[in-house]
Ligand binder design. Sequence first.
Ligand code: VGL
Ligand code: ZN
Length: 191
Amino acid sequence: MPICKTDALIVVDVQVDFCPGGNLAVPGGDEIVTIVNRLVELFEKGGGLVIFSRDWHPQRHKSFRDEGGTWPPHCVQNTKGAEFHPDLLIPDSAIVVSKATDVAREAYSAFDGTGLSETLKAAGTERIFVCGLATDFCVKSTAMDARKLGYDTYVVLDASRGISEESVRASLEEMKETGIKIVKSFEIESL
Ligand code: VGL
Ligand code: ZN
C-alpha cells in the first residue's frame, strides 16, 4: 500500500547530542540520516503527517548525572547539542514536538506531555511509523505509546539506532509482544 494521508511518520530525537561527537552519542546515530530523509520525502509525497520529536531539557534536568539521574547532560534547550542533525530534512509542513522540558520529570515518549495524541487524532491517523534515536529508549517508548493508543504501529529498524545491542534486542522483543511490527524502510510501500 502506498503512503497516504492516514499515515504518520514520527522521527525521534535525531539531534546533535545523540550523534557521534555529541554528549550522549548513540553508536552510528548519524548513519540513519540519509534513510530518514528518504522516509520524510516518501511521507510528504503521499500526504502523510511528518513529526519530529526533540529531547529538549532545561539545564539541571533530573535525568542528568549531576542531578542524580542516569545520563550525562544532553540536549539542553537552545544549545548546539539540542539542534537537529544538520543534514536532517525538515519540511515546512512537518510538526516539531519538544519533550522532557520539565526539570523534574523524565519523558522518553514523543507523546508524553506534547499534545501529539490530539494532533494525530485530529489528522485521522491510522498507521504510525516510528524511527530515530534511540531504539531502546525514546523510539521504543514512543512506539509503545502509539500501540497503547490503538494505532497500527511500525518501527523502522534501519532508520533507527540504539544505545546498547543487548537492550535493543530486549526492546525489540518487548515491542513485538505488544503487536508492534518491526520493518525495514524498503518494505514500507508494500505493507
Ligand atoms: C533518550 C536517553 C535520554 C532518547 C533521551 O532519545 O532515546 N535517551 N534522553
Ligand atoms: Zn534526554
